[in-house]
Design a protein around this ligand. Structure first.
Ligand code: FES
Ligand code: FES
Length: 157
């Protein structure tokens, strides 16, 4: 398998690495960079738990090749909080009981943060659309939607 040099940033930090041509961004993050906050389940685009932001847009990192990240910026759950402080969205997840086993939570948080950045006051339908590709087997989604809506309302104050 051929190897390729890539240069990209993760959570603001620059990396220059050699990757296999068929390596996914998900495996690069988890196995080479040790960033296991991004979860690995189906590895075929079904569950969404591997969601990260690529140049600010949510992507399923199991469907993105590492070489496609060349020259781009990735944000993972490890880069969401700043200075050890959780974000208003993360706080809302806690307050609404939107976290149970937590396996899906990093994906919902990064997708929710991306949504609130581009659309600070989404409708419930827009929230549902933004998180539509991510599966949670525990909470039933109501609490997750409520948490994102609540964080958007708190952002108005
Ligand atoms: S691990 Fe990527 S969608 Fe399931
Ligand atoms: S909280 Fe368990 S899968 Fe979502």
């Amino acid at each position: 398998m051929s190897r390729h040099k890539i240069s990209f940033s993760v959570n603001g930090e620059r990396y220059e690495l050699e990757v296999e041509a068929n390596q996914t961004l998900l495996r690069l993050l988890r196995e080479d960079l040790g960033m296991t906050g991004t979860k690995c389940a189906c590895e075929r685009g079904d569950c969404g738990t591997c969601t990260v932001l690529l140049d600010g847009e949510p992507v399923k990192s199991c469907l993105v090749l590492a070489v496609e990240a060349d020259g781009r910026g990735v944000t993972t759950i490890e880069g969401i909080s700043k200075g050890g402080e959780i974000t208003p969205l993360q706080r809302a997840f806690i307050e609404h009981g939107a976290v149970q086993c937590g396996f899906c939570t990093p994906a919902f948080i990064v997708a929710g943060e991306a949504l609130l950045k581009r659309n600070p006051h989404p409708t419930e339908e827009e929230v549902k659309e933004a998180i539509g590709g991510i599966l949670c087997r525990c909470t039933g989604y109501r609490q997750i939607i409520d948490a994102i809506m609540d964080a958007s309302k708190k952002g108005e104050k």
